[in-house]
Design a protein around this ligand. Structure first.
Ligand code: ATP
Ligand code: MG
Length: 451
């Protein structure tokens, strides 16, 4: 487990916190992540596909944003901020005012000027750089933002996995040559892998590149989960593909063989044309469903051509600027993490994105117990551990249940019986492992668990 911070913090008292938990599962929620984020008081629904993030949910968002920010900064992308409100004229220039369809949230101002709420920002950024970038000497560079996006999704189900208002990190890189773009595309893809790892996601990079001429170069980062909407095949060697793209890519012989097999009346399961072996290493392929948490894309000159954005090369010749786009779903990846890490009792936060790392559960309101719980929390906090104290006037059972539902990675029970023996009980949410630790060593012990 890797602790998120090392700067001193202050313990947070749950008696003064706002995390309204629910006993019953809200009827509209089908998926574990949706149910648990509502039940554990991380969010509330405001309208279909529109959520309020409560303090716990917002803290996780900020943890994810910080991971993404660090990884973007590390690949020389520069954070900026673009408006959500976007004028129609820019979307007319790219042709997408018509092409985008009903997912685009459209509105107009008091002068009847038309706008949309940005579902993505290619138009804004292309128009932005058009005014300032003219020479190959100014390329390449990459800009990114964390911002709210709007898409009027036809089926805004599944909570944060498919919202109509959601948070995305979107990065855009600009290049003089396709080689420069391809090189940077891989740098971004590597950053995406690190983001997945730091978030504790079980993931695969899925090439959407069909390899055919005119095929687009793009990869999707998939969090493996049964709730996912994508069907993928993958192999331990690292190969992974969307099942449809993969079947489309099979050789004619393989397709013919699969067809023969079907005609011969063989018992072949559902997605029957799936060949059993990996095209890279020959091992048996595995199948899974995936949630797309991010996508990297070699867009090329599409927008710069449509919007007339050129640079001049060394010999004074003009060319369209070449672009790459890199989207990461902040709120979707939060839900994907919960989808992967939960049990009957609740959420099991990976420590890197947990709202807080440790919950000190105070049993009863005995003064000595309260003093010991406060002292332990203060010691942990001063060492940079993010800690809450459950100092509410609730029964032990309620506190234990809430702790498991919310999913604090480390729970420390401080009670009169343990104190009499000079110990506290430390529980790891992920494994359920419980052990007694001497009071004097407890802070050091917990820090070691988190490092
Ligand atoms: P999908 O196919 O799932 O609709 P997309 O391919 O249209 O997604 P992109 O345009 O690639 O999405 O957006 C970048 C990232 O933004 C996605 O990888 C996903 O993580 C996130 N995202 C897209 N749509 C939504 C949504 N409706 N709710 C939450 N996150 C979303
Ligand atoms: Mg996508």
């Amino acid at each position: 487990m890797a602790a998120a911070t090392h700067t001193a913090t202050t313990p947070v008292r749950l008696s003064e916190y706002y995390f309204p938990t629910l006993k019953e599962t809200p009827a509209e929620a089908e998926l574990a992540s949706h149910k648990l984020l509502l039940r554990a008081g991380f969010m509330r629904k405001t309208a279909a596909g529109v959520y309020t993030l409560l303090p716990l949910g917002w803290r996780v968002v900020r943890k994810i944003e910080q991971i993404v920010r660090e990884e973007m900064d590390a690949v020389d992308a520069r954070e900026m901020r673009m408006p959500i409100l976007q004028p129609r004229e820019l979307w007319d220039e790219s042709g997408r005012w018509n092409d985008y369809g009903p997912e685009l949230m459209r509105l107009h101002d008091r002068h009847e000027r038309e706008f949309c709420l940005g579902p993505t920002h290619e138009e804004i950024i292309t128009a932005l750089i058009a005014a300032d970038i003219h020479s190959y000497r100014q390329l390449p560079f990459c800009l990114y933002q964390m911002n709210t996006k709007f898409r009027d999704e036809i089926r805004p189900r599944f909570g944060l996995l498919r919202g109509r208002e959601f948070l995305m990190k979107d990065a855009y890189s600009f290049h003089a040559t396709p080689e420069s773009l391809s090189e940077y595309y891989e740098v971004q893809a590597a950053a995406y892998g690190r983001i997945c790892d730091r978030m504790g996601l079980i993931w695969r990079r899925v090439e959407a590149d069909s390899g055919q001429i005119g095929g687009k170069v793009t990869a999707e980062f998939m969090a493996l989960a049964d709730a996912g909407e994508s069907d993928i095949v993958y192999c331990d060697c690292g190969f992974a593909a969307d099942i449809e793209v993969f079947q489309g890519d099979q050789s004619d012989e393989a397709r013919a063989a699969a067809a023969d097999e079907k005609q011969a009346g063989e018992c072949v399961p559902d997605v029957d044309a799936t060949p059993a072996v990996c095209p890279t290493c020959g091992q048996a392929l595995q199948r899974a469903r995936g949630i797309e948490v991010g996508q990297v894309f070699e867009v090329g000159p599409k927008y710069s051509q449509a919007m007339g954005v050129n640079y001049t090369d060394e010999s004074g010749v003009e060319h369209p600027i070449i672009m790459g786009c890199y989207g990461w779903g902040i709120t979707r990846s939060l839900a994907a993490a919960v989808e992967q890490h939960n049990d009957e009792a609740g959420i099991i936060w990976p420590v890197g994105i947990a709202p807080y790392e440790v919950c000190v559960i105070r049993l009863g309101d005995d003064e000595a117990v309260a003093a010991a719980a406060d002292a332990l929390a203060a010691e942990l906090a001063s060492a940079g551990v993010e800690v809450v104290i459950d100092d509410r006037a609730e029964r032990p059972g309620v506190k234990f249940n809430d702790a498991d539902l919310i999913g604090w990675p480390v729970q420390v029970v401080v009670g009169a019986r343990g104190l009499a023996a000079g110990t506290v009980e430390v529980k790891l949410r992920a494994t359920g492992d419980k052990h007694d630790v001497a009071c004097a060593e407890s802070a050091t012990h917990i820090q070691a668990l988190l490092s």
